[in-house]
Ligand binder design. Structure first.
Ligand code: SF4
Length: 316
């Protein structure tokens, strides 16, 4: 591991999504959002109602991605969109909307396998809640993962139960850790999504939480800054009481991400650090920075601080 850290310091300062794609597929792959027509247990009353305080699915699902018309049609439309920029690349069908495992097993099987049957689709990425994957679905995904690339992205969001409760998440941190460990144990690529800046979570708690998550046996970590999005309970709360929120300025967030990178497991892949909600939906903060622009700023900040992924991993 020490060799890995030393090498990283000299060459690139963290492992990113492109490194992961190269390691697994030997080339670039593009995630392509697909709406499987699933719902969410935190909206239909099974776990809760009203959804997570920060969530408005319409704000992050691309226009071409509508469940009506089926999976193959969305894949074709998505490919047409991306081919303008990178022709001939492979795709991962990304079941991103709502909870990507929240349906009876036969429905999941039908939707996933329709996606995998497309000749340009190299694998499956399923975004879901830690409490929305049944043992039967895991058995099926485990078997599928022996033949095809399969990744589950768990929305962990925070490692603080108090914070999760405050945003009406409907599950706790221990449940999230158990789900991640179980998925990884079964040979399924496993990713974690965390939100940085949820109300009630201090900077130190976020950094320590991300450091703890990076000790779980997961493969990928995605962070994004808290964004207050139109049409959510959080937008109403923010307008009524903006003082209850700490929305980071871009410069502060850069340093927060560097602190996380320094504590991350050296062989973890850090998939992304920011999200861009379309302007029509975004209440705050309005940084106007795209993912690749943030990556360039981060590379510069890591160099300025002469630091790299995992620098302090062994000390935690
Ligand atoms: S974030 Fe996921 S779990 Fe929460 S309300 Fe939205 S779709 Fe449901």
């Amino acid at each position: 591991m020490e060799q890995g850290i030393t090498t990283r310091k000299k060459e690139r300062r963290y492992r990113d999504q492109a490194d992961f794609a190269k390691a697994i597929f030997g080339e670039r792959v593009q995630k392509l959002s697909v709406d499987g027509g699933f719902s969410c247990p935190n909206r239909d009353g099974t776990k809760g109602q009203g959804g997570c305080a920060f969530c408005n699915n319409r704000a992050f699902v691309p226009e071409y991605c509508r469940a009506e018309g089926g999976i193959a049609r969305q894949i074709e439309e998505g490919i047409r969109f991306f081919e303008r920029k990178y022709s001939g690349q492979k795709y991962l069908a990304y079941f991103q909307a709502y909870s990507g495992t929240y349906a009876p097993l036969e429905v999941l099987r039908e939707r996933y396998e329709e996606a995998l049957a497309h000749p340009r689709v190299a694998g499956l990425v399923v975004a879901t809640r830690p409490d929305a994957v049944t043992p039967e679905a895991l058995d099926y995904l485990e078997a599928l993962a022996r033949e095809r690339y399969v990744c589950i992205e768990f929305g962990v969001e925070s490692t603080s139960d108090a914070v999760l409760s405050r945003v009406n998440r409907g599950h706790g941190a221990a449940e999230a850790e158990r789900a991640c460990r179980e998925s990884a144990r079964r040979g399924i690529y496993t990713g974690v999504h965390l939100i940085m800046g949820l109300p009630g979570e201090s900077r130190r708690e976020m950094v320590e939480g991300a450091a703890r998550v990076s000790r779980w046996p997961v493969h990928l970590l995605k962070l994004h800054q808290l964004q207050v999005v139109e049409g959510t309970p959080m937008a109403d709360e923010y307008r009524a009481n903006p003082g209850a929120f700490t929305l980071y300025a871009l410069e502060e967030y850069l340093d927060l991400v560097v602190d996380v990178v320094e504590r991350a497991r050296p062989d973890l892949y850090l998939e992304r650090f920011v999200n861009q909600t379309p302007a029509a939906y975004l209440v705050a903060p309005r940084w106007g920075v795209k993912n690749f622009e943030f990556a360039a700023l981060l590379a510069r900040r890591l160099k300025e601080r002469d630091t790299w992924q995992g620098k302090y991993y062994a000390e935690i």
